[in-house]
Design a protein around this ligand. Sequence first.
Ligand code: FES
Ligand code: FES
Length: 151
Amino acid sequence: MAFTIKINGKNHDVDVDADTPLLWVLRDVLGMTGTKFGCGMALCGACTVHVDGAAARSCITPVESVGASEVTTIEAIGATAAGGKIQKAWLDCEVVQCGYCQSGQIMSATALLAQTPKPTDADIDSAMSGNICRCGTYVRIREAIKQAAQS
Ligand code: FES
Ligand code: FES
């Protein structure tokens, strides 16, 4: 089936099955490989994108459900106000270790900061609890979100 989906401000025409996960469309059809595949079951957060500004697990988001919603990925998040602050704080705090989980971490953190500019520890825990990091960068992630909230 043919779908037109708006990603990072630009319309893309794709011809895929209606139940194709958005993650496959991003990575395999459009070549946007910044969004990662981890579990495929909404358990790890590696595939997190924004759909109309809210964090969403693209591995379980059928492309047919996107409709006219605006999808934002890690490739463009730095151009948003909250995303720019988060990415700067990520660099300042040297958050990244292997990096595999980090695009998802940044997408979840940015959705949090955009909706809650001064998050509490509980807000951070709630927003980030679904993003797993095998390298255990959680302490630096929390530090970076707090730094971004003060910038
Ligand atoms: S790949 Fe989507 S949550 Fe793990
Ligand atoms: S930085 Fe390696 S999994 Fe998170």
